[in-house]
Ligand binder design. Structure first.
Ligand code: BG6
Length: 612
């Protein structure tokens, strides 16, 4: 959850890096920093070296005429801006980072960039160095003194160490150093002795190269690039980019094989990544949902004809229909959407579906074959575990599809086909509109498969498609409950635990509601299938345990849900019920009742999800 931005061009790097950092802040926000290459009158590096240095290293360091100026600290990007205003780091090459701590607490010394002990080079890094312990011990044994608790610092020392043994250009040293690193990285490196060079490399963490007029922006996310240029090239796993001020750029494999990579036009506007009049991005993205649903259905859903067109999977339909099973793999919110998908596809289309956490799937030697269809779900299209799971499924010969939001992302590039969400950029850390679009996409897929397999008659299919087409307006009505939600938030602001319950299609929505509360409000919450409550969690219920129950009358097990509510009330629990507009059953029993328009059971997740 960190962000990288780097710049090489003719403009002053500092302002561009700070503005890029502000756009990336949503990815990590406990600390930030930047390093700018500065011309000096005399000596090169800022820190005196310790340990043995080759003569070539000494000569390069002192004759480079450049130094790297670093400003970094715990806190927000705005704190960096304040620090930078008193810093005279003029220069047209620089690297910057927003951090969400993984190795070492969020403090000034652990903030990126990290510089080598001789001050000659600086590194920013996303990902995790898995062989951290052994590398650190080895470097310490060689005399390197660690100045932070991070794994990133090791990369700076490793590159230095490689160069020290036998002098070599930075590019080669980065390559050799990275061959010793196990784990994930997306990184950018600069060195004072090669002051016109910017190097990026990736394995498991995204990097995108923006190519402007006489300038380059390397970033982990398109939002940091779009302000300067829309011409981009994506790096794939196992690749590096070497960017030189006068010689241009070259993308290569980490084994030094030159690659030709097309330049693409970024489908993203600056307006899309601005907050507008909203207080924060998450609220903006929640309110965008009716439009997102419309965009997701546009050109695909033809209710009068009883047809769903999905250009990205049409050619694979025979293989999908003949599949032994669909294996849906994702993380976090996307996994919850996948679980709704399982209920929908199995119920409507009668096709077996398995849903797996990518982080488990990739490590557990899953049984996969050519007659399995693998579906990766991801908002960003960059989640490392999902990407690794996809690569595994590809190796095993599965047809690999993606349900992805970010156009041009790694997962979208590496799949055989797929369905874009068209939800627009999701800047808020917690996924909202993308979840809604994922569920709608999987609903459309379920209906399509149901139609193709004859599980729904043409008339039944048409009726269901018409119901889907009404969703944007129905979601607009759900969003009108906002003032009631604010009142609830005030009532429960001191609660330290919540339970979310749902059955069937609504069970994954309960899981998602609990995840949102944890991620955004820092309140502990658990989602449960409502019937499971009696097998343990019921012991926790008392007057201090608010319980959210998704209980629309269209739920096949509505009467059982009423019993579950009674069980909570019998223990003095406070119930927040989500039900449909015509239902008065719960008005006198529950503390709050949020009412959504009445829809068929299979569409409830799309409305209930907006209430949570
Ligand atoms: C987590 C986010 O880090 O990644 C979740 O906090 C998100 O909101 C999850 O659902 C998976 O991300 P993606 O991009 O693969 O859908």
């Amino acid at each position: 959850m960190c962000g990288i931005v780097a710049y090489l061009g003719n403009a002053q790097a500092k302002e561009i890096l700070l503005s890029g950092l502000a756009r990336l802040e949503y990815r990590g926000y406990d600390s930030a920093g930047l390093a700018v290459m500065q011309e000096t009158a005399g000596a090169g590096a800022v820190v005196e070296p310790s340990g043995e240095q080759s003569n070539e290293a000494k000569r390069r360091r002192t004759s480079s005429g450049h130094r790297i100026s670093v400003v970094k600290r715990a806190g927000k990007v705005s704190d960096q801006s304040a620090a930078c205003s008193t810093d005279n780091s003029a220069g047209t090459l620089g690297i910057a980072h927003t951090r969400w701590a993984t190795h070492g607490p969020p403090n000034d010394k652990n903030a990126h960039p990290h510089i080598s002990h001789d001050g000659l080079l600086a590194v920013v890094h996303n990902g995790i160095v898995e062989n951290f312990t052994s590398l650190r011990a080895e470097l310490q044994r060689k005399g390197y003194v660690m100045r932070s608790d991070t794994d990133t610092e090791l990369i700076a020392h490793l590159i230095t160490d490689v160069r020290k043994a036998k002098w070599m250009p930075l590019e080669e040293a980065v390559r050799q150093a990275l061959s010793q690193v196990t784990g994930a990285f997306g990184l950018a490196v600069i060195a004072a002795d090669e002051p016109d060079l910017l190097i990026g490399a990736r394995r498991g963490s995204p990097l995108i190269l923006g190519i402007g007029a006489d300038e380059y922006i390397l970033a982990s996310d398109a939002s940091a690039v779009v302000e300067r240029t829309k011409q981009v090239s994506y790096l794939n796993d196992g690749e590096m980019v070497v960017i030189h001020r006068t010689e241009g750029y070259q993308i290569k494999t980490l084994e030094n094989v030159k690659l030709i990579r097309e330049v693409q036009l970024l489908e993203l506007s600056l307006q899309e990544i601005q907050k507008g009049s909203y207080k924060h991005f998450m609220l903006k993205e929640i309110m965008e949902q009716p439009e997102v649903l419309q965009n997701c259905m546009r050109g695909r859903l033809l209710p009068d004809e009883g047809v769903i067109k999905m250009a990205g999977i049409e050619q694979h339909l025979p293989r999908i229909l003949a599949a032994r099973r669909l294996i849906v793999v994702a993380c976090g919110t996307s996994w919850h959407a996948g679980l709704v998908g399982e209920y929908l596809i199995e119920t409507l289309a009668r096709v077996p579906v398995e849903v797996e956490y990518a982080s488990e799937f990739r490590y557990r030697r899953p049984i996969l074959g050519k007659d399995d269809v693998f579906i990766a779900i991801s908002q960003s299209g960059e989640t490392a575990d999902t990407l690794a799971a996809l690569q595994l499924a590809k190796q095993k010969g599965c047809l690999c599809l993606g349900v992805v939001n970010t156009v041009g992302s790694s997962i979208s590039r590496e799949t055989d086909g797929g369905i874009y969400l068209h939800a627009g950029p999701e800047i808020g850390v917690a996924s909202t509109k993308a979840f809604t679009a994922q569920v709608l996409t999987l609903t459309m897929l379920a209906l399509k498969l149901a139609g193709e397999r004859g599980e729904l008659s043409p008339d039944e299919l048409k009726a269901k498609l018409h119901a889907c087409s009404r969703l944007p307006n129905l979601v607009r009505r759900v969003l009108e409950t906002q003032s009631q939600v604010v009142q609830m938030a005030r009532t429960y602001r001191y609660a330290s635990n919540f339970l979310y319950l749902g059955r069937g299609f609504s069970f994954p929505v309960a899981l998602e509601g609990a995840l949102k509360l944890k991620e955004i409000s820092y309140i502990h919450a658990e989602g449960y299938p409502a019937a499971e409550m009696k097998h343990g969690p019921i012991a926790l219920i008392d007057a201090f345990m608010p319980v959210v129950v998704i209980a629309p009358r269209s739920d096949t097990n509505y009467m059982k849900l009423l019993s579950n509510i009674e069980e909570v009330l019998a223990r003095n629990g406070s119930v927040i019920a989500i039900t449909d507009e015509g239902n008065c059953d719960l008005d006198d029993k529950c503390d709050f009742v949020i009412k959504m328009p009445e829809v068929e059971e299979f569409l409830v997740p799309l409305l209930a999800g907006d209430c949570l």
